[in-house]
Design a binder for this molecule. Structure first.
Ligand SMILES: Nc1ncnc2c1ncn2[C@@H]1O[C@H](COP(=O)(O)OP(=O)(O)O)[C@@H](O)[C@H]1O
Ligand code: SF4
Ligand SMILES: [Mg+2]
Length: 354
C-alpha cells in the first residue's frame, strides 16, 4: 500500500482551474424602519449582515437556513435586483456592486435568477413563447434562426415540447412551470444561475426531477449555481459546497462531504438532525440524535449580542454573549463561526467527541 492509500484523510481534489466567478465581501442589507409622525428611521431589519463567500466557476454553492434568515435578500443582492447597504460583489474580478443600468446590461445576461414560486413568477396572460422569449426582446438580442426557434430549443433543453410555444402557464403543472422558468433563465446563455428555493413550492415527488434537470443543465452548459434551499436535503446531492445562514450571517461554509459528515456549528447539527436518515444501518447505529431547537428565531431588528445563535444553543457559555465568533477555517475547506464547534479536530488528528 502506498502512502497516499494509507492516508485516512483524502487530499482535496486538485482544482487549479477553479477561479472564483463570484466573490462577495462584507455584503450587508439593512431595510430601514421608519416610524412616528416625521417617519424618521428608528431601526433596521438586518436581513443580510456582513457575509463573505465565493462561488467558483462550474461549481454549485448551496445556501441553507430557516425562513427569514436572509437567503432571498442575499440572492437578490448578488443578482443586483436589490442594492446592498454595504459590502462588495465581484463577478470575474470586476466590482459590480454599484454598476448602473447601462454598465450592468452585459452582466444581466451572465447572471440569471430562478424564483421560488413558478405560479406567480410567470405572467398568466403571456404565452410560453412570449415568456421564454422575453429576455431576447429585453436585451434586444436576435438569436440565430430567430426567437421562435431559439425558444423551442430552450423548451426541449428543459424537457418540454416545442409545441408548448403557444400555450399559457395555467395549462401546466408546477414542475412544468418551473421548467418554463428555467428555460427563460437560460435564454441568454448565462454563466451563473441564482436559484431561490427552486423546488420548495413543488410536490415532493417532482422536486427531484427539477433538481436533476438543473444538475444535467449544469454539466451540459458549464453553468455555475448558487442554489438556495431551506433544508439541507434538497441541496445535498447537487452542491459542491454548502453555506449555512442564521439571522443574516453565514455560520458555517464547507465542502459538501465535510459538512454532512462532520458539521461543526451547533445550528448546522440541529438542521441536520431534522433531516431523515435514509440509510437504515446508520439509523440503527444511533445515527444522529434528533435535536429540537428551542425557541423562535430572534428578530433581525435586534439580534442577540455576541453569537446570534446563543439564545437557542445548548452549548452557549458566557463568551458567546459578549464576543461574536468570527467565521474561521477549522480545517481546509471548512469554515465555522463558533467558540465551541462540534466535531473539531484535536491536535493529534482525532475528532473530539462533543
Ligand atoms: N423589502 C423588505 N423590507 C423590509 N424587510 C424585508 C424586506 N425583504 C425582506 N425583509 C426582511 O428581511 C429578513 C430576511 O428575509 P429574506 O431574505 O426573505 O429571508 P429568507 O429568504 O431566508 O426567508 C426577514 O426578516 C424579512 O422580513
Ligand atoms: S458560539 Fe456559543 S452560542 Fe454560538 S453556536 Fe457556538 S457554542 Fe453556541
Ligand atoms: Mg426566501
Amino acid at each position: 500500500m502506498t502512502d497516499t492509500q494509507a492516508a485516512t484523510i483524502p487530499a482535496p481534489a486538485p482544482a487549479p482551474d477553479r477561479q472564483p466567478l463570484l466573490r462577495v465581501t462584507g455584503l450587508t442589507r439593512h431595510f430601514p424602519i421608519h416610524s412616528g409622525l416625521m417617519r424618521r428611521q428608528t431601526g433596521a431589519v438586518r436581513a443580510v449582515d456582513g457575509i463573505d463567500f465565493t462561488v467558483n466557476a462550474g461549481e454549485t454553492l448551496g445556501v441553507v437556513g430557516e425562513s427569514g434568515c436572509g437567503k432571498s435578500t442575499m440572492g437578490r443582492l448578488v443578482t443586483r435586483l436589490d442594492e446592498p447597504t454595504a459590502g462588495k460583489i465581484e463577478f470575474e474580478g470586476t466590482d459590480i456592486t454599484h454598476l448602473g443600468v447601462g454598465a450592468m446590461r452585459p452582466l444581466r445576461r451572465d447572471i440569471q435568477m430562478i424564483f421560488q414560486d413558478p405560479y406567480s413568477s410567470l405572467n398568466p396572460r403571456h404565452t410560453v413563447g412570449t415568456i421564454v422569449g422575453a429576455p431576447f426582446r429585453l436585451q434586444k438580442a436576435e438569436p440565430e434562426g430567430g426567437v421562435k426557434k431559439a425558444v423551442q430549443e430552450l423548451l426541449e433543453l428543459c424537457g418540454l415540447s416545442p409545441e408548448h410555444y403557444n400555450r399559457y402557464p395555467h395549462e401546466f403543472s408546477g414542475g412544468q412551470r418551473q421548467r418554463i422558468g428555467i428555460a427563460r433563465a437560460l435564454a441568454l446563455r448565462p454563466r451563473m444561475i441564482v436559484a431561490d428555493e427552486p423546488v420548495s413550492a413543488l410536490d415532493v415527488s417532482i422536486q427531484a426531477q427539477v433538481v436533476n434537470l438543473l444538475d444535467d443543465l449544469q454539466r451540459e452548459l458549464g453553468l455555475t449555481y448558487l442554489i438556495i434551499a431551506h433544508d439541507l436535503s434538497v441541496v445535498r446531492h447537487v452542491s459542491d459546497r454548502v453555506a449555512v445562514m442564521y439571522l443574516g450571517k453565514i455560520v458555517e461554509i464547507a465542502d459538501r462531504d465535510s459538512l454532512y459528515r462532520a458539521p461543526m456549528h451547533p445550528y448546522t447539527t440541529a438542521l441536520m438532525s431534522a433531516v431523515p436518515v435514509p440509510d437504515p444501518r446508520r439509523r440503527q447505529s444511533g445515527g444522529r440524535e434528533r435535536i429540537l431547537l428551542k425557541g423562535d428565531v430572534p428578530s433581525p431588528i435586534n439580534p442577540p449580542s455576541g453569537c446570534r445563535f446563543r439564545t437557542r444553543c445548548w452549548k452557549a457559555q458566557e463568551i458567546c454573549a459578549t464576543q461574536e465568533p468570527p467565521l474561521v477555517a477549522a480545517t481546509a475547506g471548512h469554515q465555522v463561526a463558533c467558540h465551541f464547534p462540534e466535531n473539531a479536530v484535536t491536535g493529534d488528528g482525532a475528532r473530539a467527541s462533543a
